[in-house]
Design a protein around this ligand. Structure first.
Ligand code: DC
Length: 224
């Protein structure tokens, strides 16, 4: 079977929209593989922080991104053999990831790695350019969003669960700055494609959002 026949559900959207939670739960429900593409950019950022790679040298950065030693095993994320699942979730790592992600050589270095996640019986993936660049032939494309205020609150709750103290006003500012950078960059900007369905989760629970994605997917399948 050619890989392009393997179904992909692409869920793109802004920071802290909850797209990862929804994508993971849809993948679990369908028994599909799951790719959190943002984690790859965060891993590049963490490696930069750990190795002190010169952020001014795109050649060095893209070579490093291409050769990153990473693994996703049972919900844990590893860099150079060490679990870094929580370490890559810090705001600092997210902000550096967003800055690095604006450079084409870094994005190109990660392209094939992302496409390699497309395996039977299917893939659910989330990010910024999953439907527009990485999997343009995805059977279902969704732009999942929520108001910036609700996203700041969700991020705050997430951090609190991990025992991390954070200030909502600062989180809101970070989210707005990240939205601005991710959507205004010239390469693979975050934007809703004409072929993507809008899922505004501002007043939806995770389970309602999951149901919406599954019913769209079932409708697509019934048509094909
Ligand atoms: O989804 P996230 O917040 O974990 O992603 C971190 C950063 O990585 C995000 O601010 C922009 C970048 N990113 C990207 O440019 N393209 C993707 N497909 C995923 C993430």
């Amino acid at each position: 079977m050619d890989t392009f026949q393997i179904p992909v559900i692409a869920i793109d959207g802004p920071s802290a929209s909850g797209k990862g939670t929804v994508a993971q739960s849809v993948a679990d429900k369908l028994g599909f593989h799951y790719l959190d593409s943002g984690a790859l950019y965060r891993l590049v950022a963490l490696k930069v922080m750990q190795s002190g790679t010169d952020t001014g040298s795109l050649d060095q950065l893209s070579a490093m991104a291409k050769n990153l030693d990473i693994a996703f095993i049972n919900g844990q994320i590893y860099l150079d053999g060490t679990a870094v699942t929580d370490l890559i979730r810090t705001e600092h790592c997210g902000i550096l990831a967003s800055q690095l992600a604006a450079h084409l050589p870094i994005r190109t270095a990660l392209t094939e790695r992302q496409r390699a996640f497309r395996r039977l019986p299917g893939l659910v993936t989330d990010g910024r350019d999953m439907g527009s660049v990485i999997f343009p032939d995805a059977v279902l494309k969704i732009f999942l969003t929520a108001s910036a205020e609700v996203r700041a609150q969700r991020r705050h709750n997430q951090l609190k669960e991990k025992g991390i103290d954070a200030n909502i006003a600062v989180l809101l500012q970070d989210i707005q700055q990240r939205d601005e950078r991710d959507s205004k960059r010239s390469i693979a900007p975050l934007q809703r494609g004409a072929d993507a369905r809008l899922l505004d989760t501002t007043s939806l629970t995770v389970s309602q959002a999951q149901d919406a994605v599954l019913s769209w997917y079932n409708a697509v399948n019934a048509r094909n």
